[in-house]
Design a protein around this ligand. Structure first.
Ligand code: AFP
Length: 332
């Protein structure tokens, strides 16, 4: 089953949303090609520019952003978009149909781009919100909806194969790009995350900067069978959130990018509206959990489009343990 027939016959999503998702998937297929051909098209290396976060942009960050925008801006139900690579939101001038206020799209066009030069895994992440019923002129405030308001979210993974993983609130389904037919084909229906895991994912070089609940959790994992967990753990760190989340969807695990005192003025590294929220929607729809440590990520009220947030997500039992450790800190 291809993505369009899935959207129409299984997910039963409104036609406008299906058209938007198909346009995003088309963009992801084009981004996969741009990444694959980057070295031949002179699209490798730095763009010698910075995004709003002061992060150096890779040429492919900019190219991927342009591909995504050009692929979706003609979709009639799209009212506005926000991107990691745009300083501010972009209003899309389309007449809204009487029966459907339309949608807002938020995305990270190329996540993990520091992996490009080592031919590592990169991806794209997207989130879809409903536009205001009122038909009001779109502004930034309309993008500041908590993650529980998402109508759709997903990611593309540019790895050994190109995959498109999607939720519309009815579970999580994975599609693999078939180069012969040029279509995304359903290969991973109704993905479920195992409740328990013995694999954690965190950038250990920040250990001395973490809050105690995270230090305790990781210390106990590293202590292995002789420690309080009475079990040996494995660790993975790919430095590409899309790859970490995909691994967790397939075999379980827990991913942490917590707040740290190294950048105490920042709430974390990852962005709430177009990284943490869509990945949390995916993870929770697959039976996992997602938290800041103190609250479910999707219940956080954003106060700006690019705000950062601490992220702990993955196998339910391990996330619950970290929530407990954070609670114990609060009560001591
Ligand atoms: P880049 O897009 O700059 O490579 O950042 C990727 C990312 O936002 C996320 O995908 C990774 O999990 C995380 O940053 C990696 O962070 P470290 O560079 O600290 O490993």
């Amino acid at each position: 089953m291809t993505l369009p027939s899935f959207l129409a016959n299984v997910a039963g999503v409104p036609a406008g949303l299906a058209t938007l998702v198909e346009a995003v998937a088309g963009a992801c297929s084009a981004i996969a090609t741009a990444v694959e051909r980057g070295v031949f098209d002179g699209a490798c290396g730095n763009a010698h520019s910075e995004n709003i976060h002061g992060e150096a942009q890779k040429k492919l960050d900019v190219v991927s952003n342009e591909i995504m925008i050009s692929s979706v801006e003609q979709v009639s139900c799209l009212r506005g978009l926000a991107s990691e690579e745009l300083d501010s939101i972009q209003v899309i001038q389309h007449g809204r149909s009487a029966d459907n206020p339309g949608y807002l799209l938020l995305f990270d066009p190329l996540d993990g781009s520091s992996n490009l030069e080592i031919n590592g895994i990169v991806g794209s992440i997207f989130s879809v919100l409903a536009a205001p019923e009122s038909g009001a002129e779109i502004d930034q405030s309309h993008f500041l909806q908590p993650g529980v308001k998402q109508v759709c979210a997903g990611y593309a993974l540019y790895g050994a194969t190109t995959m498109f993983v999607l939720t519309t609130g009815q579970g999580v389904d994975g599609f693999t790009f078939d180069g012969k037919s040029g279509a995304f084909v359903l290969t991973h229906p109704q993905i479920r995350i195992p409740e328990s895991t013995r694999e954690f994912s965190i950038n250990m070089s920040n250990e001395r900067f973490w809050d105690e609940p995270v230090r305790r959790y990781v210390r106990e994992c590293v202590a292995g069978a002789a420690g309080p967990r009475h079990a040996n753990f494995n660790m993975r760190w790919i430095a590409s959130m899309v790859a970490e989340v995909h691994r967790i969807l397939i075999r379980g695990g827990i991913f942490l990018y917590p707040r740290d005192s190294k950048n105490s003025q920042l709430a974390g590294r990852l962005r709430l509206t177009y990284e943490a929220n869509p990945m949390s929607f995916i993870v929770e729809q697959a039976g996992g959990m997602s938290t800041t440590g103190g609250a479910p990520i999707m219940e956080i009220q954003p106060d700006q489009v690019h705000q950062r947030i601490p992220v702990i997500l993955g196998s339910k039992l391990e996330v619950e343990r970290l929530i407990q450790y954070h609670g114990e800190t609060l009560t001591h």
